[in-house]
Design a protein. Structure first.
Length: 45
């Protein structure tokens, strides 16, 4: 399991919650980062 943080709202999101759609369930942002690594853009389609 991988945990990302939403770049916009800062909520933690794990990959199980995303269910293959990389969209923040809280704010709809598509930009996440891993707390320990660099910012990463993920495609939603
Ligand atoms: Zn968000």
């Amino acid at each position: 399991m991988v945990v990302y943080k939403c770049f916009k709202c800062g909520k933690k999101i794990n990959t199980n919650d995303l269910d293959k759609r990389f969209v923040c369930p809280y704010c709809g942002s598509k930009i996440f980062y891993k707390p320990r690594t660099v910012i990463k853009k993920l495609k939603a389609d």
